[in-house]
Design a binder for this molecule. Structure first.
Ligand code: PLP
Length: 373
């Protein structure tokens, strides 16, 4: 017991610190992502928070790509109150991100496919810029999933998922996970939080996370969630491929639907990047469109019969939402605008249903929004 407590011997002493069911999920997701290790957390937000807090001190700066998930934006503002600066780049492009790096920057953070901006990050290009400045790249790959890309293979150093979405897949358990590539050599002089682990610079991130940050803040994943997520991993490729194919087909159908405009889907706007970066060019299962006004958006949402009005993504069921009044309610107008969250915007997370049912449903809802039924 003493040896296990001192990390001199493998073993399990207490679930907040380690548990065999959680460890098995961590082992599998690390293998799926091509990482050296993973630490499972109670939620995606806990994973984002722990990954950043693990390396940062007051006075440090984060360079964050614009168009982040609203919860992550709010978290970054909380970190600002703790003395950690955040510099937002205008977009997720390598050039814009490079322009925000200062001598105080300690990490570059962004989402592979912004939720709901849907801007796709060129992970290789951003990783190259970060590494040229001696910085690690942390990516939230929730919306891309390891099925579309293994971000570590493209240069990401730390990968974060809200497992509540695609990895779980059925919206039955909240969770998050941090996967470490163990390729970044942490310098204890530049990241004093990791100085204690300087003897093994590539393992310093996960060692400190597991032994200090995550253990002390206490956001472990529930073992039952880890078990559900382990099951989820077994069907992840099947679900994600079907969801992406449905999303592309629904996005194309919405382009031809009266009363709906500005249909946004990653491969419409960044086709070359999606083809180059994502497996089989599949570009995710989220789309957005505009309706003309908040009232019209609400009318359409209320008229949906097949899609559910739910503020989640990555479920096998199709979910629709008005982001401005829900997940972005804590953001100011400028942040909403920067994330492309307009008052008339509808976001759809596409599920595995029969595509004909989905197209029929959105078309009838649009007709009712237009006052034609
Ligand atoms: N990251 C992204 C991209 C998300 O979409 C979400 C939630 O919607 C989160 C993180 C937060 O995850 P959780 O709800 O599991 O805390």
């Amino acid at each position: 017991m003493e040896a296990v407590f001192r990390s001199q011997k493998p073993g399990f002493v207490y679930t907040r610190i380690g548990n065999p069911t959680i460890a098995e999920f961590e082992r599998r997701i690390a293998a799926v992502e091509g990482g050296a290790g993973a630490v499972a957390c109670a939620s995606g937000m806990a994973a984002v928070a722990m990954a950043l807090v693990n390396i940062l001190d007051a006075g440090d700066e984060i360079v964050a790509a614009n168009g982040l998930y609203g919860g992550s934006l709010s978290l970054l503002h909380d970190l600002e109150r703790l003395g950690i600066g955040v510099r937002f780049s205008r977009s997720a492009s390598a050039e814009d991100i490079a322009g925000k790096i200062t001598p105080r920057t300690k990490v570059v953070f962004g989402e592979v496919i912004g939720n709901p901006s849907l801007e796709v990050m060129d992970v290789r290009a951003v990783a190259d810029i970060a590494h040229a400045h001696g910085l690690p790249l942390f990516v939230d790959a929730t919306t891309a999933t390891p099925v579309l890309m293994r971000t570590i293979d493209h240069g990401a150093d730390v990968v974060i998922h809200s497992t509540s979405k695609y990895i779980n897949g059925f919206a039955d358990a909240i969770g998050g996970v941090i996967i470490d590539s163990a390729r970044f050599a942490w310098d204890g002089a530049r990241w004093p939080a990791l100085a204690k682990y300087s003897a093994m610079p590539r393992l310093a991130f996960t060692r400190r996370l597991r032994d200090d940050t995550w253990q002390h803040f206490g956001p472990c994943m529930a073992p039952a969630t880890a078990w559900l997520n382990t099951l989820g991993l077994e069907t992840l490729p099947l679900r994600v491929e079907r969801e992406c194919d449905n999303a592309l087909a629904l996005a194309e159908a919405l382009c031809e639907t009266d009363g709906v405009s500005d249909v946004r889907y990653p491969s419409f706007s960044q086709k070359d990047l999606c083809t180059r970066q994502f497996a089989n060019g599949r570009a995710g299962a989220i789309l957005t469109f505009r309706t003309g006004s908040k009232e019209r958006a609400f009318r359409l949402l209320d008229a949906l019969e097949c899609a559910l009005l739910v503020s989640n993504i990555g479920d096998v069921r199709t979910l629709a939402l008005h982001p401005a009044s829900t997940i972005f309610m804590h953001s100011d107008a400028a942040e909403r605008e920067a994330a492309g969250v307009y008052d008339d915007l509808v976001r759809v997370s596409v599920g595995i249903e029969d595509i004909d049912d989905l197209v029929r449903d959105f078309r009838q809802a649009a007709r009712r929004m237009n006052g034609n039924d």
